[in-house]
Design a protein around this ligand. Sequence first.
Ligand code: BGC
Length: 467
Amino acid sequence: MTPSEISEFVDKYVVEGIPKEHNDALRKMAESFAVTDDKMRDIIHGFHESMQAGLNGDRNALPMIPSFVRRRPTGKEQGTFLSLDLGGTNLRVCQVTLNGDSTHKLVQQKFTITKEAKEKTLFDWIAQCVSIFIEEHDVVPNSGESAVRCGFTFSFPIDQTGIAEGNLVMWNKGFLVPNTVGRDIVRLTQDAFLRKHLRVKIVAIVNDTVGALMTSCYTYPDSELGIIFGTGTNSCYWEKMSRIGKWKCDNDKTGEMVINTEWGAFDNQVSVLPYTMHDNKLNRKSPNHGLQVFEKMISGLYLGEVTRNAILHLIDQRLLFDGRSSTILNKSYAFDTAYMSEIVSDESDDLVEVKKVIQQTLEIPSSTLQDRKVVKNVCLMIGNRAKRLSAAAMVAVLLWSRDSHTDTVTVGIDGSMYQFYPGFEKSLYDNARPFLGDDFVDNKLKLRLSKDGSGIGAAIIAAVTSD
Ligand code: BGC
């Protein structure tokens, strides 16, 4: 980094009134989390190389998984469908009625995924939730059909072999259900339905990003990308069949297909990402060590933990809270990303909200104003890095997927980071400017919340899928 770049990314985190060695440590930390425009350019380039290699079947590159979704929704799809949306935290069971005029009606029930389900009984637990929903909402098959048609949004990587077939590649986001990797998720779920005598047939399985894209396409036909910035992160986009070198399922290379990039796995070798000792600490202790490295730097499940590591690093050098930690702060994942949101949005002179989090949540009895400023700046550094990296990934896929940038493009986005992290959406626009140009960002790029996209999108795919 040149000295002027260093100062741009570092000086703003200096805190007045603290000893020089404290500020030196903050500067050093800020430098390690900095993502300059040049760095973003390298990351975008890295994405393009990895996307190309992944499309050609290189297993060390981005997964670039064909979704088997080949038809853009028209908004005219009709009917009532069940859909399941298994995310990192909740299962949503939905009944979706597509009205045929780009509008829909959604009835849904949310079930928080239990620890036991995440580690053992997932599929029977899903069947149990579906059974509760069916009973409470009187869901019955459409006339002439023997089972309720269901679309399943599954937010973990699967190697799809058909629209309703896909083998689990791996678990992430804290899931670890035994004897399931490599097996067909639809079969496992359908078997659990059978054990419960449920008359439900899964007719499509899609990644949550694909659900978000389909929902967006249903209303905005110019939708090109679906992105999740949430507990985890990922994207999908419309790709020309002729560019999917590894496609061998049929000889039809015409038209397009949605590709699930699984970008959370970008640069697992850490050759270009600005990876710090705090990321490394998280990664080393994680059950999916060495995997989903990019996801661990930007998504909601992990950001709080990277920040906790950075805060502890300052405490251990006696540069914060007089060197005192607390039982809570010493506990892995005790610092939720939602606290970062509270902290970075505190603009009060005394940082009263920051004080509250420090005292009430982290159970550190007292803090000076300088301590609070340091904590806020650490959160800002890590949050800003996440924003810049998120924008770099979005820009990379946008540049890849479009031959020219003359028309408008809608990106359907869902997830808690996008919805709730302060300034996240604005930063996507701002950080995209140097790469896409002001005119495109101001007039053509439309980032839109694909609200409940995962659930609705699965129903749309169920509607366009024939048995
Ligand atoms: C999963 C993706 C998913 C993303 C967002 C990642 O951990 O690997 O399949 O789309 O989270 O939920």
